[in-house]
Ligand binder design. Structure first.
Ligand code: FAD
Ligand code: SF4
Ligand code: SF4
Length: 476
């Protein structure tokens, strides 16, 4: 314990952030990594709380104080063993969790001394584990003889696949995309999460015996019914992809683009794919005045992508103010440093242009009382309107679930009034026997760390179901 509690005389330090002038010209991650000394010193700031609020507010209940102490003592292999016991992808969470709202935002030394830099230490531990060959593919001692099908290779599906394979099951993951990762691969930009980090996990999972069926659209190429017949249990982890719309006149003008289409194109380009929509300029911000509508993490990813594509000017239009933004404050700060202009309390009222959008008629808003989400609601300020010029508008207003009962030709599959899947939250099972669900398709658009938690818990529930069913059939 003597190596710890250094927060009173050691100040908080994050890994170096690449200078905005340089990082604006490429898509590489903007944060560098701790060196061994920095990691040990920063980990030693932890006060080893008896009731660790960091852990309570980590969706995975990571044993943070223990791996911080082991890092401070230089016992990194043990630190990795503890950190990976509760987190399937600690190197990904260390990079992209909104730590300011989760573990670090609840660290008890935050008030007065600034939090321990938990996420950066988590990334450092895992990258060190990869460098030293401590991250091994799954080995299975005895095959269970049961098989599971997982629809969706996003973080929820992959976390579930990992746990189910460790239980010895024959795991088959189906995804309509050509690469695994879901939004880790095609939503989140490279400057937050480089794609080799996701591909490295794909290779490991494959080596561990998990079968991937890519370019396989469940509903179109294979039916849910067929999967149910083929496997002892099925997990639906398909995420949410339907763009939310706003009721604004002249929405049909060209160059008004859904955020995910824009980000997927950019990510594909970065991966070296041939993408006509980028090459012909329609989904490329180069030289354009870009306006992004929205205030969440997706909006921040869009504005920062547009900067890197060489946009002439990038503006974010958000109807509330900075304090009421749903996105991470760290991402807003990064965007500001990169030259993005924010128009707070501004909402689009109409689009104008000749075939292509050229202007947005914008309504000034003001804050009123708090709404049910804890954020302040807004109303229009009578008579205060102005125009913003734009030759590319990106809508980043959130996502809803696609109509799964229709998509899967399973009208009996029960959904909530939000279109997400209605499950029993104890068993993770939908109303269809043996069909489970996890991740955004259950909770709506959320976070990677919650998808991982959900995938892990759903996998344990599926294992329990398979084994219990097998015992019942044997007894019968
Ligand atoms: P997804 O990641 O969406 O994966 C679902 C998978 O299912 C996809 O691969 C899809 O192709 C597949 N699929 C869907 N339908 C079918 C079908 N019919 N047949 C076969 N396959 C199918 N969270 C953070 O924590 N930090 C961030 O910085 C962050 N940034 C984000 C940025 C953007 C732009 C977006 C959109 C989201 C961001 N999120 C972030 C949220 C996070 O990415 C999601 O909460 C998380 O990926 C949800 O995981 P999932 O596995 O449930 O779904
Ligand atoms: Fe913090 Fe996320 Fe890591 Fe949990 S998983 S410790 S919330 S960075
Ligand atoms: Fe350490 Fe902060 Fe967690 Fe306390 S809350 S155990 S100081 S990281």
């Amino acid at each position: 314990m003597s190596d710890m509690l250094k927060f009173t005389d050691t100040s908080q330090q994050y890994p170096e952030v690449r200078d905005a002038g340089k990082r604006n010209h490429d898509f590489d991650e903007i944060y560098t990594q701790f060196d061994p000394k920095q990691a040990a010193v920063q980990a030693s700031r932890c006060s080893q709380c008896g009731v660790p609020f960091c852990q309570i507010h980590c969706p995975l209940s990571n044993n943070i104080p223990d791996w911080l102490r082991l890092t401070a003592e230089g016992r990194l292999e043990e630190a990795y063993a503890i950190s990976s016991a509760t987190n399937t992808f600690p190197e990904i969470c260390g990079r992209i969790c909104p730590q300011d709202r989760l573990c670090e935002g609840n660290c008890v030394i935050e008030k007065g001394f600034q939090s321990v830099t938990i996420g950066s230490v988590e990334k450092y531990i895992t990258e060190t584990a990869f460098e030293n060959g401590w991250v091994k593919p799954i080995t299975v001692n005895s095959e269970s003889g049961f098989s599971v099908g997982i629809i969706g290779a996003g973080p929820a599906g992959l976390a579930a696949a990992d746990i189910l394979r460790r239980h010895g099951h024959d795991v088959h993951v189906y995804d309509r995309y050509d690469r695994v990762g879901g939004l880790l691969m095609y939503g989140i930009p490279n400057f937050k999460l480089e794609k080799h980090v996701v591909l490295r996990r794909h290779h490991l999972l494959k080596e561990g015996g998990i079968h991937f069926h890519l370019n396989c659209d469940i509903g179109n190429q294979v039916t849910l019914d067929e999967l149910r017949k083929k496997h002892n249990a099925v997990l639906i982890a398909t995420g949410v992809y339907k763009s939310r719309e706003i009721e604004v006149p002249d929405y049909s003008l060209e160059n008004i683009i859904p955020a995910l289409e824009y980000l997927t194109t950019s990510n594909r380009k970065g991966l070296g794919d041939k993408v006509a929509a980028f090459d012909n300029g329609s989904l490329n911000a180069e030289g354009k005045e870009v306006v992004v509508i929205g205030g969440g993490d997706t909006a921040m990813d869009c504005v920062r992508t547009a900067v890197r594509q060489g946009a002439k000017k990038v503006t974010c239009l958000y109807r509330r103010d900075r304090a009421n933004m749903p996105g991470s404050s760290r991402e807003v700060k990064n965007a500001e440093e990169e030259g993005v202009q924010f128009m707070w309390l501004s909402a689009p009222k109409a689009f104008a242009g000749n075939k292509k959008v050229s202007q947005i008629l914008t309504q000034r808003m003001r804050l009123v009382t708090h709404d049910t989400s804890g954020r302040q609601a807004v109303v229009a300020v009578e008579g205060e309107q102005f125009t913003v010029s734009a030759d590319m508008v990106i809508k980043a207003l959130g996502f809803d679930a696609e109509d799964l009962p229709v998509m899967f030709n399973a009208p009996e599959l029960k959904t909530t009034r939000y279109g997400t899947l209605d499950i029993n939250h104890q068993t993770f099972m939908t109303n269809l026997p043996g069909v489970f669900a996890a991740g955004d398709i259950v909770h709506g658009a959320s976070l990677v760390v919650w998808a991982i938690r959900d995938g892990r818990d759903a996998a344990d529930a599926m294992h329990h179901y398979i084994i219990t069913n097998a015992k019942r059939s044997k007894a019968a």
